[in-house]
Ligand binder design. Structure first.
Ligand code: SF4
Ligand code: SF4
Length: 383
């Protein structure tokens, strides 16, 4: 397992492969415990708890007893349990009761991330950020009941506005190669609707791209939901691309986006968790999503780096995908942020070492002119 830092959350380290909670909800306490123990043994330390289901909370509370400190818990504020089912609300009283219920059932006095649940619409954004809910979250953070404020969304425009408030430390966002090519919408169901994809793909949506870059710049950690598109990406008959992405390609795609720290894999069984974590044993070829995308009939993204790494190996060992990522972050922001300069410095080889052999360009399925990019990186970073 590899870990990345939540930079605005005391540099807490979270496993790159983390858990969504949906696969646990229907489990008996014994099944829950067995699956959770296996998750920890695999090195997973990060779990999202969007569901307010009391049975889930009780089972998780029992499973984490005595080892709370080893875990990074992401709970959702405004997801409540009413009449035996999940409900999203902005009612402060209900949100408070649900939060206290969560702490109580988990047997803890704090959550690492208090995630404002599911904000996709403009009016909802206004209500949350100019009303009681954000005030409540700030109070919870000041009291130490949450260490970070998060927000979950499927809409890049709303997510961006939330990040721009400066109040959001962690963003839970729906990311996969198919969603990334769709424009912003207040209706997240459009993302899951096959009709959305009938006109093909025109490349990465600029609003999503710039959201990820902003998060990287502001040290807002993105944890990913819908990494497998609810499973659709893994089945040819359901995949928006009409071809299967394997689990490794889905995970690799997300972990190579700027700002992303973890994918919340919605595993429903121990074998599914083991499959997700076997990403680390997969070959570069098995993880490579570039050929699937570049061979799509209607996919037009010529000349834009997708950070896929397919151009490797470089003759002198430069990690072209990372250099391009850091370069693009600087170009998008019109400056060289200190954090990006630090990341660049830590690379074992730098753009200045490029001997212009052209090997990488011959390997790039997206037709990126890499040599000019290496020159631009030297211009920007100085080496
Ligand atoms: S230059 Fe091409 S092959 Fe290399 S990471 Fe970018 S898109 Fe992928
Ligand atoms: S052109 Fe430069 S970046 Fe590409 S393989 Fe050759 S040395 Fe590496």
């Amino acid at each position: 397992m590899r870990y990345r830092e939540l930079k605005r959350c005391g540099n807490l380290k979270v496993s790159e492969i983390a858990l969504g909670c949906e696969g646990f909800v229907e489990k008996t306490p014994e099944e829950f415990r067995e699956m959770f123990d296996r998750a920890l043994a695999l090195g997973i330390n990060f779990i999202d708890m969007y569901t307010p289901n009391p049975r889930f909370r009780d089972n998780l509370g029992a499973a984490i007893a005595g080892r709370r400190e080893k875990l990074v818990l992401q709970g959702h504020i405004c997801a409540v349990w009413e009449n035996g089912q999940y409900l999203r609300t902005r009612d402060l009283k209900k949100a408070k009761e649900a939060f206290e219920d969560q702490l109580h059932r988990l047997g803890t006095d704090y959550l690492d991330i208090g995630m404002i649940h599911y904000v996709d619409g403009e009016s909802d954004f206004q209500e949350v950020f100019h009303g009681d809910i954000i005030t409540y979250c700030k109070e919870l953070k000041a009291e130490g009941k949450i260490r970070a404020i998060g927000l979950s969304s499927h809409n890049p425009l709303i997510a961006r506005k939330a990040v721009e408030t400066g109040l959001v430390d962690v963003l839970m966002f729906s990311v996969n190669a198919a969603y990334d090519m769709q424009p912003a919408s207040e209706d997240c169901n459009a993302l899951f609707d096959p009709a959305t994809y009938r006109n093909g793909f025109a490349g990465m949506n600029p609003e999503r791209k710039s959201l990820y870059e902003l998060c990287e710049k502001e040290n807002v950690a993105i944890d990913v939901m819908k990494v497998f598109g609810g499973g659709d990406m893994l089945k040819a008959e359901l995949s928006p691309f009409g071809v299967v992405f394997n689990e490794y390609q889905c995970i690799e795609y997300c972990l190579t986006r700027p700002g992303v720290v973890a994918v919340m894999a919605g595993c429903r069984s121990i074998p599914e968790m083991e499959k997700a974590v076997s990403y680390y044993d997969a070959s570069q070829t098995e993880r490579d999503y570039s050929l699937v995308l570049s061979q799509m009939d209607k996919f037009k993204f010529h000349g834009n780096c997708m950070y896929c790494g397919h151009c490797a190996p470089c003759s002198v060992g430069i990690n072209v995908a990372d250099v391009n990522k850091y370069l693009n972050l600087c170009l998008a922001q019109g400056e060289v942020p200190e954090t990006v300069a630090d990341h660049y410095k830590l690379l074992p080889h730098h753009a200045g070492e490029c001997v212009a052999c052209g090997r990488c360009e011959r390997n790039c399925p997206f037709g990126v002119y890499i040599i000019p990019k290496m020159k631009k990186a030297v211009e920007i970073f100085g080496y």
